[in-house]
Design a protein. Structure first.
Length: 249
């Protein structure tokens, strides 16, 4: 069955959650953690996977631009339908900085920082804020970060967003030097956070670590293990969020 956006479903949850992933395999890993069957909801340029538990899931595409555009579209459609979201979660797999975020572990962001938005200079990299523009970091509500950590065991720290995945030891070292609290690297979190912040909706980022950040070695990737960790993590997080009051963030 395919539902139009305006039809909606009767939900059993008081918390409306939008989960944005990059690709369908990540979305499906989250869907497996939710107890209710999912149905498709067509939006302009995107298809949501909606569960009767009140969670919508969107595979928005790879990179911060598609993540921001897809998330903003879903947020706008929900607001126009009179059913706005209470929470947006950027979720997926990503690289972890060893030894703090080993392969197979979960991390959650207490800061979502875009790592490569700025300018290269003779003296090194300058973030866009030092050029007098924009922002480079969004911070999820501390109370929500605690909920994630306590429910799932995820370690909290900075998750970097990069348009280019790190593939060398030199770049990994440079990122860690600029961001000593960084636990992981992904490609979508900052875009999702930008869209959520523009709509005034709380947001989170949760990553399951599939590989170490550093030299590109596909033999060291554990994508299956990371997807399993993502499913298990959301299986613990979903019931924990039932007691969260979205009006007290």
């Amino acid at each position: 069955m395919v539902l139009r956006a305006e039809e909606g479903l009767t939900t059993t949850s008081t918390v409306r959650v939008l989960v944005a992933t990059a690709v369908p395999v990540e979305r499906d890993a989250v869907v497996r953690a939710l107890p209710a069957a999912a149905e498709e909801v067509r939006l302009p340029g995107a298809t949501l996977c909606r569960t009767a538990a009140g969670w919508d899931l969107l595979a928005a595409g790879v990179g911060p631009a598609l993540a921001a555009a897809g998330t903003a579209g879903a947020l706008t459609a929900a607001a126009l339908a009179g059913r706005p979201y209470d929470l947006v979660v950027s979720a997926g797999i990503g690289g972890g900085f060893p030894p703090d975020a080993p392969v197979g572990s979960l991390v959650t962001a207490d800061a979502i920082t875009v790592a490569d938005l700025g300018a290269e200079t003779a003296d090194g990299f300058l973030p866009v804020t030092e050029l007098g523009f924009g922002t480079v970091t969004h911070r999820p509500p501390e109370s929500l970060v605690r909920v994630v950590s306590e429910a799932t065991g995820a370690r909290a720290g900075t998750i970097l967003t990069a348009s280019t995945v790190t593939g060398t030891a030199a770049r990994a070292a440079a990122l860690r030097a600029r961001h000593p609290d960084a636990l992981a690297e992904g490609m979508e979190g900052f875009g999702v956070a930008e869209a959520a912040a523009a709509h005034g909706v709380p947001f989170l980022e949760i990553r399951a670590v599939s590989n170490p950040v550093g030299p590109r070695d596909r033999a060291a990737w554990r994508i299956g293990d990371a997807l399993t960790a993502l499913t298990e993590g959301f299986g613990k997080l979903a019931p924990a969020l039932e007691s969260w009051n979205p009006h007290e963030h």
